[in-house]
Design a binder for this molecule. Structure first.
Ligand code: FAD
Length: 600
């Protein structure tokens, strides 16, 4: 049955993943003797303590079936069953233990090779190394078409979360400076005279990123993970071929392989677009200020970039093919669009680019000439200093030679297909992070990497739970959410089972603001509840406000624990905060009552 198949595959993984794999019980004196003997000789082993495992009895029964041995310790070396205490100690007393172990070294250079040194890969490599496994990690960054390149740490550190959040912060500071005047600060000169230096910001951000790159290299060293700065592909299910930047090839054999190569921005399928347009790979280290910018795309990455560029003072237009923030709550997406519009970002809705070309002005200034077409058939034409394309990301699987090894990918998006254990169609090859069809977020990749290494090398059983992952979009008005959008909740459960509580309000921070065109009464909170057995379970939480990420992180726990609306109401708020709104939501959408809050 399904149960025994699961135990069989857990046993197989544990045995294959560990050179010396011992099924043991903490109180068993013979098990202790084996472990003490190996420890004294400095030999690496992993023990699966069956008495500490809820399924220990079932695992032992399956083990009996597989090995013919009923008792513990039940020892496997190099994937082969050796026996119990007396069988194993025979090798020791006969001086044959090293010979037995050496067989493995002939077969494999590493217990684990990780391909990709980003959030997921580094996390998995460190966890495996902590289990005393011999681990190698290879990472290689192919320059962007504009020649941008970076160091170890992957997308998040170099061209993702970190520089993005810092630029978002730079833009918010401008708003803070304007607010300062209403709070009584006397700034030297007119606020409009304050200018931003793109070069200084980029230089400082890049210096910080370099320090993070160095830290990652050091962490790998400290954890005894061998680092190869080389591009990898698979020759067979145990052999990784690496080619370094000088073109020098190397082959290594690994018992297990984890693929964590992430993705890169997708380019427009238009002539010259990769050369003339930039992507998020380039913006954070752009050598010159971006100037008048067209952002193509409506993903969170597109809107975040548009937001911070506008906040830094640039003229920004966003070209949107259909809707903003697909997959997110559309009421919140609309509010973001409205806020960004009042903030000065221009939107070209239902419009796609049809051509990009280089244009040189009389004074030699280089511009990009973009033509587009609206759904209505109307044409668009404009000149921009910078065109930033953010129309999605492509998994980097094409050059891994997966096909010939038999690793299946989704033909639609090239993402690697994995089961709930992050295992590919080849048993000893696993995949995590952006390269599989799961939420493309750093903490997801990190957690998946950690849990996978624990399952492989520490007899861990916990699977990555990809549901109810909180996230935040760092647009000028931040948007945090966890759980279902209103549309998804209704689609999943039906309108009559879903109750929505909501409120629009002014964050206290904005209350003295006398400048700007943005509506200060712009914060918005909503709880989406599932009506079940006279209870209302919170299955979606959404907030638009300053620091929405900080708020969402805290409440995410409540949603993951499937708390009820009554439990949210029972929580005493912290006053005055934005977050306290979730303890006082009263107005339901179905009531049609006014949801704008006033007063304290
Ligand atoms: P990556 O971090 O992409 O690492 C993969 C590594 O493998 C890279 O270094 C790559 O060069 C290398 N590699 C690829 N192919 C090979 C090969 N053949 N051989 C050797 N090495 C190879 N997530 C959040 O949680 N919060 C955010 O705010 C956020 N903001 C983002 C903003 C932007 C602009 C972008 C682009 C992404 C953002 N993300 C954010 C997403 C996050 O960065 C990714 O989900 C995360 O980095 C994925 O980690 P990973 O380990 O799967 O891959």
């Amino acid at each position: 049955n399904a149960d025994t198949m699961i135990f069989a595959s857990r046993i197989e993984e544990f045995v294959k993943g560990n050179q010396i794999a011992i099924f043991s019980k903490t109180w068993c004196p013979w098990c202790t003797k084996v472990k003490t003997m190996l420890t004294a000789q400095g030999k690496q082993f992993q023990a699966w303590e069956l008495d500490l495992d809820d399924d220990g009895v079932k695992v032992q029964a399956k083990l009996h079936e597989i090995s013919g041995q009923k008792t513990v310790p039940n020892i496997f070396v190099n994937g082969v069953h050796v026996g119990g205490y007396s069988d194993f100690s025979f090798y020791d007393t006969a001086g044959l233990l090293d010979e037995l172990l050496a067989k493995q070294n002939l077969d494999f250079d590493y217990d684990l090779v990780v391909i990709g040194g980003g959030s997921g890969g580094i996390s998995a490599a460190k966890e495996a190394a902590a289990a005393k496994k011999k681990v190698a990690l290879c990472d290689f960054v192919t320059p962007s078409p504009r020649g941008t390149i970076w160091g170890l740490g992957g997308t998040c550190v170099n061209v993702g979360c970190i520089p993005k959040k810092l630029m978002h912060r730079a833009a918010i500071i401008r708003q803070d400076m304007k607010d300062a005047i209403d709070f009584g600060w006397k700034l030297p000169g007119d606020i409009l005279d304050i200018t931003h230096d793109w070069g200084t910001m980029c230089k400082n951000i890049q210096t910080y990123i370099s320090s993070l790159n160095d830290q990652y290299i050091q962490q790998l060293k400290d954890n005894n993970v061998t680092f190869y700065n080389a591009k990898a592909s698979l020759l067979d299910k145990h052999t990784v071929r690496m080619v370094d930047s000088n073109g020098l090839p190397r082959e290594v054999k690994a018992r297990n392989i984890i693929i964590a190569v992430g993705g890169r921005p997708t380019h427009l399928d238009l002539p010259n677009a990769p050369e003339l347009c930039i992507t998020s790979d380039d913006i954070f280290s752009l050598k010159h200020p971006p100037g008048k910018t067209l952002v193509i795309g409506a993903s969170y990455i597109a809107l975040e970039c548009a937001g911070f560029l506008k906040g830094l003072g640039y003229d920004v237009t966003v070209m949107v093919r259909s809707i903003l923030l697909r997959g997110f709550d559309q009421e919140c997406a609309k509010k973001i669009e409205n806020y960004m519009t009042s903030y000065g970002v221009k939107f070209l809705k239902e419009c796609v680019p049809t051509s990009v070309a280089k244009y040189t002005e009389e004074d030699g200034k280089q511009l990009t000439w973009v033509k587009g077409q609206f759904n209505s058939g109307d044409l668009f034409e404009g000149m921009f200093d910078t065109v930033l394309v953010a129309v999605g990301r492509t998994a980097l699987t094409k050059e891994l030679n997966l096909d010939s090894v038999g690793i299946e990918v989704n033909s639609r998006n090239q993402k690697i297909l994995v089961n709930e254990k992050d295992q590919t169609s080849i048993k000893n090859v696993f995949a995590i992070g952006d390269v599989i069809e799961r939420p493309e977020l750093t903490p997801v990749a990190i957690q998946a990497g950690k849990l996978l290494a624990k399952r492989l090398y520490k007899a861990g059983t916990e699977l990555m739970d990809y549901n109810n992952i909180a996230t935040t979009v760092f647009t000028p008005l931040e948007y945090g959410c966890i759980g279902l959008s209103e549309e998804a909740a209704i689609a999943a459960h039906g309108e009559d089972k879903v109750e929505v509580y909501h409120s629009t309000f002014t964050p206290l921070e904005n209350s003295l603001r006398s400048w700007g065109t943005e509506d200060t009464n712009n914060a918005f909170a909503k709880l989406i509840c599932l009506k079940e057995n006279k209870e209302e379970f919170v299955i979606g939480l959404h907030i638009l406000s300053p620091n929405a990420g900080e708020i969402t992180q805290g409440f995410a726990l409540g949603v993951r624990l499937r708390l009820t609306k009554a439990q949210f109401d029972g929580l005493v708020g912290i006053h005055p905060t934005v977050a306290e709104v979730f303890t006082t939501l009263k107005v339901t959408k179905s009531s049609g009552e006014e949801s704008t809050a006033g007063g304290c």
